[in-house]
Design a protein. Structure first.
Length: 197
């Protein structure tokens, strides 16, 4: 639309809608700022010669303001959804990369139980453990913990123990691993029950 060819209000409104869609993405715009911008654009169109009635102008202003507010809300929802999806993808990728390493960590623990680690192997083992810990992998499962079927896998039942009040992990066959609250591998345990009173 040029100064020589004012066009119709529909063309001007479509042009205004196209121009304002890009501006909706700017974070921090308030409803008042959006309304001021819409009023300014409509004023510019009126000055360019677009035939508008005051009542039509106000009605269209309200429609455009509502459209812009909807677009802004949709964009914010889209942004939240993308952030949530990105976090989920990151968590799943970390899980997929670290799950197989738990067996290597088990072998390091078995080597420690057998004999003290040599200097070179000890340094590599400690570096690997620090690296997976920095990525969020945490080890759990200690003898004496209360048995929780969400994080423990009972391999065997060892009978009753008068020293415990609830079902308890007596022996840890394999430690468990978590990333945040997500269990990578349940701790494999041997359990005891409290003695009958």
């Amino acid at each position: 639309m040029t100064q020589d060819d004012p066009g119709t209000f529909g063309e001007a409104a479509a042009e205004m809608a196209n121009e304002t869609e890009v501006e909706v993405e700017a974070p921090g715009e308030t409803d008042a700022e959006v309304e001021v911008e819409v009023r300014r654009r409509i004023s510019d169109m009126v000055e360019e010669g677009a035939p508008l009635e005051p009542s039509d102008l106000e009605s269209r202003l309200q429609e455009r303001t509502a459209d812009l507010q909807r677009l802004q809300a949709e964009f914010l929802n889209y942004k939240r959804r993308v952030d949530r999806d990105r976090d989920l993808i990151r968590e799943n990728a970390t899980y997929a990369a670290l799950a197989p390493i738990t067996e290597v960590l088990d072998n390091i623990d078995r080597a420690r139980e057998h004999a003290p680690l040599d200097d070179g192997f000890k340094a590599v083992a400690e570096q690997l453990e620090r690296t997976v810990a920095a990525l969020g992998l945490t080890k759990f499962g200690e003898a004496g913990e209360v048995f929780d079927p969400k994080v423990h896998e009972a391999l065997s039942h060892l009978g009753q123990d008068p020293d415990v009040a609830v079902t308890t992990c007596k022996v840890i066959a394999k430690s468990g691993y978590k990333i945040g609250d997500r269990v990578v591998r349940a701790a494999q345990v041997l359990v005891v029950d409290p003695a009958d009173q």
